[in-house]
Each structure stands twice: as C-alpha cells, then as structure tokens.
Design a protein around this ligand. Structure first.
Ligand code: ADP
Ligand code: MG
Length: 265
C-alpha cells in the first residue's frame, strides 16, 4: 500500500503503437492504469517488445496513441519533456564514459532538475543514492573501470537520484549476483512505497518478479498476454502458452509463489 494512496500517480496507456521504421512492434496496446506505490513487473519472452514499450514510455521511440500521467499527456512531448517525469535505465549500458561514479550520479541529478539546488545539497543527494545501493566505496572510480555488475549499480544510482515520478528499469539485475539482485529489488520496492512512485521493471526471473511486484504484466508479440496480481498472471497455462514450457506454480513454505519448470515444449 502507498503511504498516501490519494497522492499516488497513475499512468494510463491507451491504444499505444510504436516500432522502428515501418515495423510495428506495439499495435494499439492499452493497459489499465499503472499506479504508484508498488512495483509493476513487465515480463515476457525474448523479443516480446518489453524494451520497446519502456522506450516508448520514455519518449525514446516514436509512439502514437496516448500515455497519460495523471493530467499530463506524454506522447508528443520532447525527450526532455518526458525526462521531467520519466527516467529510463536501459538494458545495454554505455561502456565508455570518462566520469567517476560520483560525477555521473551528480550530473544525472543536475540534468533532471528544474529548480536549482545548492552544491552541498546536490553532493549529499548523490552520495545518499550511492549509499542506498551500497556502492559509496566506488564513488571515485571511473565508470570505465567497473565490472558489469558494478556498472549496473552505478547506472541505477543515476536513475534513482533523479527522483522521477515514473522509474522504468530494463533488466536492471541481469549482471548482478544474488545478494545484489535482492538488494536492488528490495530498494526498488522501498522507493516505490516511500515516494509513491510508479516503478516498471523488466525481469526474466519470474519468481523474483512475483516476490517483489504487486502487479505482473506479461507481454507477448507486442500484446498483453496476462495482467494481474502474481497469482492471477503467473499460471501453468500462461507459462505453456507464452513461454512454451511445462511448469508448475506452487507456494513455498512462506506462501510465496515458486515456478518449477519441468521441460520446454
Ligand atoms: N532498433 C531496432 N530496430 C529494429 N527493430 C528492433 C529494434 N529494437 C528492437 N527491434 C525489434 O523489436 C522487437 C521487440 O524487441 P524488444 O522490444 O527489444 O523486445 P524485448 O525487450 O521484449 O526482448 C524484436 O523483434 C526486435 O528485433
Ligand atoms: Mg529487452
């Protein structure tokens, strides 16, 4: 539950089409309001259109239709216009950036602000973002000398420091060990609740999605294949149809949903 449900933002996607050149990937996609205060996981097989959907929401691919954030229509806004509300952490991170982790976080913060904040305040916020991810010790390291997992955490720090209304994360845990995966999932869930923001996260680990998200949207061939609570969306039928695997969905001793995959079909 959001701390103040009345203040939680709502994102409504209506008849959204997006693609590359003549190739339509999303064709008239509509989705009941995504609400702030909790995590929404976007799952689905390779090439389903998950990245394209996030990029359309961030204004990074041309889109037709409507993306409404409360009273504001986002389609048609410039990339900078989108950036006032939406932060997108890409799946593939830029490799060669000659900045330290701290500088990159600071510059992400400054580029997201309309109002001016003092230098000490900006420094404190950038450091706080690194601390929340447990990477304050990397502050002075160059981005180009980090491991893949460290770079992913640094990129996440740049996303959260902006304090967006809508945080879009594209496979943010793909390079992380299990400790850091859980740390990131816990943090993202906390941020969603604390700030009552909208978080949409693309994940491949279905059980992890079920554990941390309150809503699961399953995308297949650019269309919604399932949408609901983890228990509603993740079923053996869905897994057979969308992922082409024979699987069991069972509750663990603590009641959390587990997916046991028996074979590909
Ligand atoms: N830059 C691009 N130009 C042309 N086609 C693309 C581009 N990016 C992705 N696609 C195509 O769009 C489809 C959806 O891709 P994507 O949204 O990346 O899927 P997902 O993130 O679910 O794996 C795929 O068929 C992919 O080949
Ligand atoms: Mg993708």
């Amino acid at each position: 539950m959001a701390p103040n449900p009345l203040a939680a933002p709502r994102l409504v996607i209506d008849a959204l089409s997006a693609g590359y050149g003549k190739r339509r990937i999303l064709d008239g996609l509509s989705l009941p309001a995504i609400e702030g205060g909790g995590v929404t996981a976007l799952i689905g097989p390779n090439a389903a259109g998950k990245t394209t959907l996030l990029r359309a929401l961030a204004g990074l691919v041309p889109a037709k239709g409507s993306i409404r954030l409360d009273g504001t229509e986002l389609t048609g806004l410039s990339v900078a216009g989108h950036a006032r509300f939406v932060t997108y952490m890409p799946q593939a991170l830029p490799q060669r950036v000659a900045l330290t982790v701290f500088e990159a976080t600071l510059s992400a913060l400054m580029s997201a602000r309309d109002e001016t904040i003092s230098t000490p305040e900006a420094h404190a916020r950038a450091l706080a973002a690194l601390e929340r991810l447990g990477i304050a010790d990397l502050a002075l390291r160059g981005l180009d000398e980090l491991s893949g997992g460290q770079r992913q955490l640094a990129s996440l720090a740049q996303s959260i420091v902006r304090e967006p209304t809508v945080l879009l994360l594209d496979e943010p845990t793909s390079a992380l060990d299990i400790h850091h995966q859980l740390r990131v999932m816990q943090l993202v869930e906390e941020l969603a609740r604390e700030r009552a923001i909208i978080v949409v996260i693309v994940l491949h680990d279905i059980a992890q999605a079920a554990r941390y998200a309150r809503r699961i949207v399953v995308l297949e061939n650019g269309a919604i294949a399932a949408d609901g609570t983890p228990h509603e969306a993740i079923t053996p039928q869905m897994l057979a149809r969308v992922y082409r695997v024979e699987a069991r969905v069972e509750a663990c001793s603590r009641g959390f949903l587990q997916v046991i995959v028996d074979r590909a079909v």
